[in-house]
Each structure stands twice: as structure tokens, then as C-alpha cells.
Design a protein around this ligand. Structure first.
Ligand code: CDP
Ligand code: CDP
Length: 207
């Protein structure tokens, strides 16, 4: 069974994808981390994230980079959203994601284009969303806990900028797949959001 979970920054897709993976006993891939790894290599090697050729060279990063805590920073997320707009970066990372999705037994993947591009034939597709203000509040709380002094207004501006960039790019933009089930987590606790997600997956796989 392949489960695709897409949505904008801090919508709760990662939390929901991890919970679904646990519930169904499936492996999980956070595909955003791959773009964050490319972004990190580009910055560390003194390259330019707006130059497609520089970003393609950074796509053969080593797997150990995926464990680097810096990948979780806001700066890595912003740069990830710049490098991810290059079509050649997306195609360089496509095979790895498809292979993960198609492993025997199935998998849960979360990102922006899982239901539309990576696994269009997924057995279940969720599109997780929440208002920008609530997503910014969640991300700000996380960053503050991690010791960051970034302001809420800055986080909100960054989320809006990333939404705009991710939704307007020409290759694999952030859009809900026609056959995905929307899940608005704005007013839901994590527990209730996960319960709803499981119910939506059950409804789709029964079809
Ligand atoms: O966790 P959060 O939603 O903040 O970010 P993420 O999922 O780690 O993604 C970081 C950036 O990578 C996004 O803003 C997208 O530009 C890009 N991304 C993408 O283009 N396609 C994916 N499947 C996953 C992430
Ligand atoms: O993966 P994505 O960036 O979409 O979001 P996440 O990392 O799953 O969630 C972002 C933050 O929102 C985390 O700190 C979650 O604990 C929190 N969250 C929440 O407060 N309520 C929800 N229904 C879902 C997530």
C-alpha cells in the first residue's frame, strides 16, 4: 500500500505521515529532507541556489547528511524551496523517491508532489492544510523550543514566501491531486488529525 501525504509547510503532514507509517507498519520517507540536503550542500560548498547547474551537482549528497540537524532550520527550508524549483533537481531526486514508494509492502511518503508526480497511482492520498497564521504559530513554537529567537512575524512571512514559491513554480507545483482527500488541521489536535487521516485512508483503500 502506498500512501501519499502532501501539503504546505507546517500543515502537519510530517506528523500525520509518521503516525500513518506506525499505524500500518510501513516505512516512511520525508521527501522535504532530500531538498533540504541539496540546499545545505549548495550553501556549504559556496554555490548559488538560483543556478540550476550548481544545484544538480549537489544532488549526489551522502546519506549521512540527512541526519544533520541544520537541515531542519528555516534557512535550509527557504533555500530548499529555491533549489526545488529547478526541473533538473526534481528529476535527479525522482528515481530515489519512486524506488522508496515502490518497495515491496508499500510505503508512506510526505512532500509536495507525492500524489501528483512521485506516486500518482498511490492507494491513498491526503492533502493536509491549515491557515498560514496557524502554521506560522506551530513552526514558531518549534523554533523557539529549539532555542531560536526568530519572531512570529518573520516565520509567517517566510511561510507565505515559501507557499508562493512552491505553488507558482512550473514543475511539480504544490497543488492538491484531483483524487486526494483534503484534511484541514487548523482546529484539530494531533490525535484527532491522525484519527481523521486513518479514516480517510481506510475510505480510499476500500474503493
Ligand atoms: O516541513 P516543511 O513543510 O516546512 O518543509 P519540507 O517538507 O521539508 O520542504 C522544504 C521545501 O522543499 C519545500 O518548501 C519545497 O519547496 C521543497 N519540496 C518539494 O518541492 N517537493 C517535495 N516533495 C518536498 C519538498
Ligand atoms: O511536516 P509539516 O511541515 O507539514 O508539519 P509537522 O512538522 O508535522 O508539524 C508542524 C508542527 O505543528 C509540529 O510541531 C506539530 O507537532 C504541530 N502540529 C500541531 O500542533 N497540530 C496538528 N494537528 C499537527 C501538527
Amino acid at each position: 500500500m502506498i500512501i501519499a501525504v502532501d501539503g504546505p509547510a507546517a500543515s502537519g503532514k510530517g506528523t500525520i505521515a509518521r503516525a500513518l507509517a506506525r499505524h500500518y507498519g510501513l516505512p516512511h520517507l520525508d521527501t522535504g529532507l532530500l531538498y533540504r540536503a541539496v540546499a545545505t550542500r549548495v550553501l556549504r560548498d559556496g554555490m548559488d541556489p538560483t543556478r540550476e547547474a550548481d544545484c544538480v551537482a549537489a544532488c549526489d549528497f551522502s546519506d549521512t547528511l540527512l541526519d544533520d540537524p541544520w537541515l531542519r532550520t528555516d534557512e535550509a527550508g527557504q533555500t530548499a524551496s529555491i533549489v526545488s524549483a529547478h526541473p533538473l533537481v526534481r528529476s535527479a531526486l525522482l528515481r530515489r523517491q519512486r524506488k522508496f514508494a515502490q518497495q515491496p509492502g508499500g510505503a508512506v511518503l510526505d512532500g509536495r508532489d507525492i500524489g501528483t508526480v512521485i506516486a500518482p497511482d498511490a492507494d491513498a492520498k491526503l492533502f493536509v492544510k491549515a491557515t498560514p497564521a496557524i502554521r506560522a504559530r506551530r513552526r514558531h513554537t518549534e523554533l523557539a523550543k529549539a532555542g531560536s529567537s526568530v519572531t512570529y512575524d518573520r516565520v509567517l512571512a517566510d511561510i507565505r514566501a515559501r507557499d508562493e514559491r512552491d505553488s507558482s513554480r512550473s514543475t511539480a507545483p504544490l497543488v492538491m491531486a484531483a483524487d486526494a482527500a483534503p484534511l484541514d488541521t487548523s482546529t484539530l489536535s494531533i490525535e484527532v488529525a491522525v484519527e481523521r487521516a486513518i479514516a480517510l485512508v481506510e475510505a480510499q483503500r476500500g474503493k
